[in-house]
Every structure is written in C-alpha cells, then in structure tokens.
Design a protein around this ligand. Structure first.
Ligand code: HEC
Ligand code: HEC
Ligand code: HEC
Ligand code: HEC
Ligand code: HEC
Length: 331
C-alpha cells in the first residue's frame, strides 16, 4: 500500500481517539459480564465509544436498511444486521438472527462471544485469567474469518484473498482497525470506516489526467483498498465526471464519463469495479476538452440520480478527488 494510503488510515484513527473516553479500570470483584454492549462498555469504554459511532452499531436501525428490507418484514435480511455471535457457528454455517437488543445491531458479542466448550468466554488477543469476561486468545479474531460470515455475501473476502494484500499478510483489520494512535499497546480502533468515510475513500484511489495525441487520458488507480473499489454493498457507485473550464476558469456543468460499479442481482449493467492495485484508463476525446478542463471522481452510496438525464454529482454524491488540466495548446 502507498505511504499516502497508510497516512489516510492513520488520520482516521487519530480522529477517532479525540472523541472517546479514557479506558476505565474495572472495579475489583466485578459482576460477570452481561450480554449488552453497554455492559461491556462499562469496562471497555474506548472500544464502546468507537463502536457506537460505527455503522455496526446501527446495522439494525439504519433507515436505508429499514427501507430496503420493508422494516425487516423480509426476515432474510435479519441475520447479518442483528446477528448471533459468528465465532460460535460451526464452520460454513450461515449467520443466525438473534431475537433481542435490536438497537445494538452488530454488537460486541457478534464478533467476540465464543460457543461450545468456551461459551461464556470472549475471543481476545491474550488470556487474562482474572478478567470477568474470561478472554481467550483466539488467532481467528484478527483475520478474515471474523468478517467473512457477513462480508462475503458479495465476495469482499474473496476479492481480498486474490489480491496482493492477502499474500503480503495485510488483513482486513490492518486497514479497517488501525492501532489507536498507531500504538499496538493501545489496541485497535473499532470505528471500522467504509464507504461513508470520505477520508477512507480518498486513501483508496488516485485520480490523474494528462494530455495525449487523441485528447485527454484519465487514470483511476486503486492504491489503498484491499479489494475491489467499490466493494461489498452492490448499491455503491464511483463516477468520473468532467467539465470544460471556459471562459478562463468558469466551469460549465458536469458531464458524465465513466462509472465503477458491480451489478445488483440481474441488473443489466457491466461489471466495472477496480480490483486492488489495478488501474483503469479512460479516454476523453470530446473536442471541448481542448479547453482547460476539470476532472473529478465522485462516490455515491446508492447509484440512482434524481434526474438521470441531468445528474448533479455535487448535490447527490461525495466529491472524492479532482484534478485540473490547462488549455491545449496554451494561449
Ligand atoms: C450475509 C449477510 C447479510 C445479509 C443476509 C443481508 N445483509 Fe445487508 N449488509 C451486509 C453487510 C456486511 C453490509 C455492509 C456492506 C458495505 O458496507 O458495503 C450490508 C449493508 C446493507 C445496506 C447498506 C447500508 C448503508 O448504510 O448504506 C443495505 C441497504 C442493506 N445491507 C440491506 C439489506 C437487505 C434489504 C437485506 C435482505 C434482502 C440484507 N441487507 C441482508 C450483510 C448482509
Ligand atoms: C467488569 C469489567 C469487564 C466487563 C463487564 C467486560 N470486560 Fe472484557 N476485560 C476486562 C478486563 C479487566 C480485561 C483484561 C485486559 C484489559 O485490562 O483490557 C478484559 C479483556 C477483554 C478482551 C481481551 C483483550 C485483549 O487483550 O485482547 C476482550 C476482547 C474483551 N475483554 C471483551 C469484552 C466483551 C465483548 C465484554 C461484554 C460481553 C466484556 N469484555 C466485558 C474487563 C471487563
Ligand atoms: C465487527 C467485529 C467487532 C465488533 C462489533 C467488536 N469488536 Fe472488539 N475486536 C474485534 C477485533 C477484530 C479485534 C482485534 C483483534 C486483533 O487485534 O487481532 C477486537 C479487539 C477488541 C479488544 C482487545 C483490545 C483492543 O482494543 O484491540 C477489546 C477489549 C474489544 N475488542 C472489545 C469490544 C467491545 C467492548 C465491543 C462492543 C462495544 C467490541 N469489541 C465490538 C472485532 C470486533
Ligand atoms: C455479524 C455480521 C458482521 C460481522 C462479523 C462484521 N460485519 Fe462489518 N458490517 C456488517 C453490517 C450488517 C454492516 C452494514 C451496517 C449498516 O450500514 O447498516 C457492516 C458494515 C461494515 C463496514 C462499512 C462501514 C461504512 O462506512 O458503511 C465496514 C468497513 C465493515 N463492516 C468492516 C468489517 C470488518 C473489518 C469486520 C471483521 C473484523 C466486520 N466488518 C465484521 C456486518 C458484520
Ligand atoms: C489495504 C487496505 C484494506 C484491506 C486489506 C481491506 N480493506 Fe476494506 N476498504 C479499504 C478502503 C480504502 C475502503 C474504501 C474504498 C472502497 O470502498 O473500496 C474499504 C472499504 C470497505 C468496505 C466498505 C464498502 C462500502 O460499501 O461502504 C467494507 C465492507 C470493507 N472494506 C471490508 C473489508 C474486509 C471484510 C476486508 C478483509 C477481507 C477488507 N475490507 C480489507 C481498505 C482495505
């Protein structure tokens, strides 16, 4: 991964730290850990604060999910959005829905609670004999095995497995759960940013433009995502727009050029995602591009435009990156 991408991720980690409370030492003789996230949070305030600001804690209350699952009248949608612990599943078994604490979505137990002979214990990075939650060192916790039961429905784990990052040993948590303040002794940040985070999107891609014989050539490179860009949720879309800057720096309106996206179910569109470390070259042959031009990459959480004939990316998308090219030939 480029130095810039790591920097982007470190900045996100730093921003999270400022918002959270300090770690509180548990009182001696504390009661056994209860099920709820708040109970865990009484002793793990930092992880709890980060988790609360994450989309995992909102997986069941998220209005976007509510709307698309018909308020979970579609019970197929419950398992990953209101899950039982994934480490308690037999290998290969699908995630199961739990019946309680909906407002906690993907809760602490979903990733940490163990089952079988270890029921009542939590998966951790080390054993702590006197801790009330009885942590057990579980190697799988830091790997794709924890994320996979929910995040491979759309092949994100598979995309990562065939990427150079898997071979290099750069795992999901290395990018999505950086060490707090960059310090391994402080544990990992639970904010787990994704497509909702502009900083993470900016760490994912590089946008470049140059003049060539046939006009303008635009390049988009996946420099920081350990899987396709975009990935997972099929509604995500990344769009390249351009506009002439005429006269002299006054922009015209945005013109659509290219979309990166994966089709949802049988949607009749082409698969145009950008795999890890891949680059897409996009020619722009329009005569208006001889003027000074601005090129931009926008990201949309859902792919539809209010008016498909006249998409308005500034209002309906997030601006990720932009570049300008001078007039050709220069005046
Ligand atoms: C196998 C697990 C699984 C099942 C089953 C599942 N989801 Fe999801 N869902 C996820 C994961 C993981 C994400 C996060 C993906 C991402 O951010 O790209 C997600 C994200 C979403 C989002 C995007 C949320 C946002 O804030 O943009 C919507 C909407 C959604 N799911 C709706 C549904 C609906 C509707 C169903 C049932 C038809 C469903 N999900 C079933 C795992 C699942
Ligand atoms: C009464 C206090 C208390 C409660 C409640 C509690 N824990 Fe802990 N937990 C501890 C202590 C003490 C440790 C030992 C390491 C430390 O100080 O961080 C620990 C360790 C851990 C670890 C392992 C840390 C490592 O080194 O990898 C995990 C994971 C963990 N707890 C998760 C949870 C979860 C999930 C819950 C709720 C189901 C929970 N804990 C409830 C006090 C508590
Ligand atoms: C989406 C999965 C997920 C959720 C939800 C989650 N954790 Fe974690 N947690 C992890 C992973 C992965 C690690 C780090 C493993 C590693 O370092 O190898 C971790 C590490 C920890 C640790 C060890 C110290 C540290 O911070 O790295 C504690 C304590 C902990 N989590 C507590 C909690 C609590 C409390 C909650 C709920 C408020 C929670 N976790 C929710 C996945 C999760
Ligand atoms: C039990 C199911 C489950 C597990 C396990 C799980 N996730 Fe998620 N994750 C979800 C769901 C559901 C969402 C979508 C929440 C929403 O937006 O409504 C999500 C969202 C995300 C997002 C997107 C956040 C955003 O900005 O939209 C990221 C990144 C993410 N998860 C990373 C991870 C990583 C890394 C792991 C493993 C350490 C993991 N998840 C484990 C279910 C899970
Ligand atoms: C090299 C760093 C890196 C690795 C490794 C990595 N990711 Fe990501 N991930 C990113 C970046 C950057 C983004 C934002 C761009 C994007 O959506 O592709 C992202 C986005 C996501 C999203 C959000 C997609 C959305 O729709 O909001 C999910 C979910 C996710 N990653 C899950 C995973 C899982 C699961 C793994 C491990 C199998 C993993 N990531 C490995 C860097 C990484």
């Amino acid at each position: 991964m480029s130095a810039r991408a790591w920097l982007g991720l470190a900045v996100i980690a730093g921003a999270g730290v400022a918002l959270v409370a300090v770690f509180r030492t548990p009182p001696s003789g504390a009661a056994p850990a209860e099920d709820g996230a708040a109970a865990c949070g009484a002793c793990h305030a930092e992880a709890h604060g980060e988790w609360q600001s994450s989309w995992h804690s909102r997986a069941w209350s998220d209005p976007e999910v509510r709307a698309r699952s018909n308020d979970f009248a579609n019970a197929e949608c419950l398992p990953c959005h209101l899950p039982e612990p994934v480490l308690a599943l037999a290998p290969g078994d699908p995630v199961r829905a739990r019946a309680e604490r909906g407002d906690e979505g993907v809760d602490c137990r979903a990733c940490h609670a163990l089952g079988g002979a270890d029921a009542g214990r939590v998966a951790g990075t080390a054993e702590h004999a006197d801790a009330p939650c009885r942590p057990k060192a579980v190697a799988e916790l830091g790997g794709a095995a924890v994320c996979g039961p929910c995040h491979n429905q759309h092949q994100t784990v598979t995309e990562w497995l065939v990427s150079p990052y898997a071979a290099e040993g750069v795992d999901c948590v290395d990018c999505h759960m950086p060490f707090r303040g960059g310090d391994p002794a402080r544990g990992r940040d639970h904010t787990m940013h994704g497509g909702h985070s502009l900083a993470l999107l900016q760490a994912a891609v590089d946008l470049r433009a140059r003049r060539a014989a046939a006009g303008v050539v635009i390049e988009v490179e996946n420099v920081g995502a350990g899987h396709n860009f975009p990935t997972d949720e099929r509604l995500r879309a990344a769009d390249v727009f351009w506009r002439p800057l005429v006269p002299e720096g006054t922009p015209g309106s945005w013109r659509f050029l290219y979309r990166f996206r994966s089709p949802y179910r049988d949607e009749p569109i082409e698969e145009t995602v950008l795999p890890a470390r891949a680059m897409q070259t996009i020619p722009l042959a329009d005569p208006d591009a001889a003027e000074a031009v601005e090129v931009a990459l926008f990201y949309k959480l859902t792919p539809y435009w209010a008016d498909p004939e006249h998409p308005d990316p500034e209002r309906e998308s997030m601006l990720v990156e932009r570049v300008e090219l001078g007039r050709f030939p220069p005046r």
